[in-house]
Design a protein around this ligand. Structure first.
Ligand code: TYD
Length: 135
């Protein structure tokens, strides 16, 4: 549920020459990563996302810069700001998400539990609500 879509604090290995954040399957995040992708060069004012997933688990990280994630389970909405590279937002299946307010230079890193599958997308909001009501 949307109550499981929480921000996870990832490890940060810090020294005077900078930071490292490792992400290990099942220990730092609650699933096994099969795919990594990243979103960048988003023009000012643009919105991305605008879909849900049937099965996919994801974590979203602001590897650089900042952006907002609006989560929506069909009833409840939750706005999360990501702006530090050692925090990850977990998004479970069945959640509509909009990505907005990208800072310039923002890099949105996604770790996903499955390879790309267009059939897993709910791209129409009414189709999303129908999917939710059938669960
Ligand atoms: P989409 O997930 O809709 O982007 P966003 O949610 O960031 O707005 O994907 C945009 C396009 O990229 C769509 O045509 C599918 C393609 N795509 C892939 O081919 N592989 C992938 O792993 C992803 C995430 C998208």
């Amino acid at each position: 549920s949307i109550y499981n879509c929480n921000v996870i604090e990832l490890p940060k290995i810090h020294n005077r020459a900078g930071n490292i954040t490792p992400v290990n399957n099942y220990t730092d995040i609650p699933f096994h990563v099969k795919r990594v992708y990243y979103l960048y060069d988003v023009p000012g004012g643009e919105t991305r996302g605008g879909h849900g997933h049937k099965q996919l688990h994801q974590v979203i990280i602001a590897a650089s810069g900042s952006f907002d994630v609006m989560l929506d389970d069909g009833h409840i909405k939750k706005l999360v700001t990501l702006n530090r590279p050692n925090y990850a937002l977990l998004i479970v299946p069945g959640i509509w998400r909009d990505l907005l307010n990208f800072s310039s230079g923002a890099v949105l890193l996604v770790l996903a539990s499955e390879t790309y599958d267009e059939n897993d997308y709910l791209r129409d909001y009414n189709e999303f609500l129908e999917f939710k009501s059938g669960l």
